[in-house]
Design a protein. Structure first.
Length: 234
């Protein structure tokens, strides 16, 4: 009975850290959760990142522990009430999860019902692989295989093609098309301001900006906030 809240971005233009998704976080965690385990591995300065997350989540009524402070990361994951994985560089995040041997314990806990929240890189790793992240490979994880909490890949911070742009490089859509030349799985492009909510067999698109669904060999599908995407879990 997996429970996931996968946010495209932690900060939306014109608002503060997690402001745009604060109500969704409160509804998702409810009052049965008292403490959240934060995973700051995607950024270099983990102390500063943990302090930022702690300040914001405490304001919402939740106490926060950071995984980088744990003497035994695996034990911390196994004991967590809920987990929030922050954004940053997806390669660095996944590499550290492998290095600390917490990827599989985290996956098992979430599949058994522990609430999992991610933003940006923290959402990317919820997919099958990190092959559709926008980040540079600043480190090399042992594998691109991620948590596989959903049977598709994510592209957070998705940007639509700009018909007026003079930039000659690949658009995000073109890069996902290239991904599908080598990989079969669906890719969900989450625009900034959008988020996915999974409650067991039900997957919903929340937020204000919508998303695009990419399937190999097909035209992208536009989906609007409020859409039921449960078919993607099949």
């Amino acid at each position: 009975m997996s429970r996931l809240l996968l946010v495209s971005n932690s900060t939306l233009h014109g608002s503060g850290y997690l402001d745009h998704c604060a109500a969704a976080i409160e509804q998702f965690l409810g009052r049965d959760v008292a403490r959240v385990l934060f995973i700051p591995y995607a950024l270099y300065d983990r102390d500063d990142y943990a302090a930022q997350a702690r300040e914001r989540l405490v304001a919402l009524g939740y106490q926060v522990d950071s995984l980088h402070d744990a003497a035994d990361p695996r034990a911390a994951v196994l004991a967590a009430e809920a987990v929030f994985t922050g954004g940053g560089n997806t390669f660095r995040l996944l590499n550290q999860l492998y290095a600390n041997h917490v990827l599989e314990p985290l996956r098992e806990r979430v599949l058994s019902g522990m609430p999992y929240m991610g933003s940006s890189a923290g959402s990317n790793i919820a997919g099958l692989t990190i092959g559709t992240t926008n980040d540079m490979p600043i480190v090399q994880p042992p594998s691109f295989r991620a948590l596989a909490l959903v049977p598709f890949n994510l592209n957070t911070h998705y940007l639509d093609p700009d018909p007026h742009s003079t930039h000659m490089g690949e658009t995000r859509e073109k890069r996902i098309e290239q991904f599908h030349e080598e990989n079969p799985q669906v890719v969900v492009g989450l625009r900034e301001g959008s988020l996915l909510l999974r409650e067991g067999p039900r997957l919903s698109l929340l937020g204000v900006t919508g998303a695009r669904i990419f399937r190999a060999g097909q035209e992208p599908e536009e989906v609007l906030p409020g859409a039921d995407l449960s078919e993607l879990l099949a």
